[in-house]
Write a protein that binds this ligand. Structure first.
Ligand SMILES: NC(=O)c1ccc[n+]([C@@H]2O[C@H](COP(=O)([O-])OP(=O)(O)OC[C@H]3O[C@@H](n4cnc5c(N)ncnc54)[C@H](O)[C@@H]3O)[C@@H](O)[C@H]2O)c1
Length: 375
């Protein structure tokens, strides 16, 4: 069985070379003549056009470019390449599997690739050809290594046999394997993966701006938080869609830090969005409580609870949403900032004010002992 890689740039080359090293027959296809020459110069089988006439059941990986134009993908190259595959399918006697590896909107494999291939080939999906999504997680800087040693392989296909064959193809590379029964879920995984990474980077850039204003070393702070915050190290934390955060700490602390940052002259759009997003889910939960929302449909866990703790009995919703007081350290910082002391490192005394904040009596994560108040 031959593997064709259509679009032989960063991802296509890493994919094709990795599969070649694992003992497969691989043909690279690319519209750019210089790319084809370059790959041929490396001794690889590279061509300008896809020719399936000698093949019966190949895998055809689409690793075509999907750049953005504003807030949408420019799919012109992706569509052109997919049409080319459809035309090659038309004159092929076999039953091939087209695997979308490009990053695309959820729904593209079923909603665009399938219909385009049917249109160009005259074949029916599931009968004349098969479809799968297998998004790529590699990083451009270490593309070849990331392909050879993946920590995660994701496959989405409606066809059980396609799932099994792709799993076999990637088995030699190791890592976790996640198989979904539809391509759209796999496509969504890839989008969420990138968005999560982007959000984390921007979060720490925003925190860097505040830390820098205080002349603090963000590296040491981030290194500590990456080990202290459950959201960093617990895969289950915060992933229960539909449930806002609540309890006595996250709502007030997000609000208070927004004010603190403003006090030292830093706007925090991500933190503001976090608070805004949470209030929307709290409102949904409130609607659910009043019976205006059918919580039985897709709103699992809408009660405003912390992921690890219930709100304290008797706390009002307003208090839980962070409308309470700021701590002494915060107030000192804000006052100092208002007095024009921006960029001045806070004195030890002011920092110590934070020590008055009560903490856990028991210490689930090996931190210092505390007095029993929920975080
Ligand atoms: N680069 C990365 O780090 C990375 C990581 C994960 C996913 N991705 C995704 O993978 C996809 C490919 O990205 P890339 O970085 O490899 O792009 P790239 O620009 O490096 O390569 C794309 C290749 O496709 C060729 N091409 C364009 N139109 C064609 C057509 N009609 N027929 C055949 N070949 C055609 C181009 O000549 C080019 O060589 C994108 O969807 C991207 O978002 C990229």
């Amino acid at each position: 069985m031959r593997i064709f890689v259509v679009g032989s740039g960063v991802v296509g080359t890493a994919t094709g070379k990795g599969l070649l090293e694992a003992g497969n027959q691989v043909t690279f296809v690319d519209v750019a003549p210089e790319r084809v020459s370059f790959l041929q110069g490396l001794g690889l089988d590279a061509r300008a056009e896809l020719d399936l006439r000698a093949e019966r059941d190949s895998f055809i990986f689409l690793t075509l470019p999907t750049p953005n134009v504003g807030s949408r993908y420019d799919l012109s190259a992706f569509v052109a390449g997919t049409r080319g595959v459809g035309q090659a399918l038309r004159v092929s006697g076999g039953r091939h599997t087209v695997v979308v590896r490009s990053t695309v909107d959820p729904g593209t494999t079923d909603g665009l690739v399938g219909p385009l291939l049917e249109q160009e080939s005259g074949l029916r999906q599931g009968d004349g050809f098969l479809l799968a999504s297998n998004p790529e997680f590699l990083r451009a800087a270490s593309a070849a290594e990331d392909f050879r040693w993946p920590w995660m392989t994701v496959i989405g296909s409606r066809n059980r046999r396609v799932q099994e064959r792709l799993a076999e193809l990637f088995a030699p590379f190791g890592g976790s394997l996640r198989i979904f029964d539809d391509p759209m879920t796999a496509e969504f995984v890839k989008c969420a993966h990138n968005l999560f990474n982007a959000t984390k980077i921007s979060f720490w850039n925003e925190m860097y701006t505040v830390a820098d204003r205080l002349r603090l070393d963000l590296g040491a702070i981030a290194d500590t938080v990456s080990r202290s915050a459950e959201a960093s190290f617990n895969p289950a934390y915060g992933t229960r869609g539909g449930a806002p955060y609540g309890g006595v700490c996250l709502p007030k602390d997000t609000m208070a830090f927004l004010g603190f940052a403003a006090g030292v002259g830093v706007d925090m759009p991500i933190l503001r969005s976090v608070i805004e997003t949470n209030s929307r889910f709290v409102d949904r939960a409130d609607l659910g409580d009043r019976g205006d929302l059918d919580v039985s449909e897709g709103t699992d866990g809408v009660d405003a609870v912390d992921y690890f703790q219930e709100p304290l009995p008797g706390r009002s919703g307003a208090a839980d949403r962070g409308l309470g007081s700021t701590g002494r350290g915060t107030r000192a910082a804000v006052l100092a900032a208002e007095a024009g002391e921006r960029g001045v490192r806070w004195s030890t005394n002011e920092i110590r004010a934070a020590d008055e904040i009560p903490r856990h009596a028991t210490d689930p994560f090996g931190l210092e002992s505390t007095d029993g108040t929920q975080r």
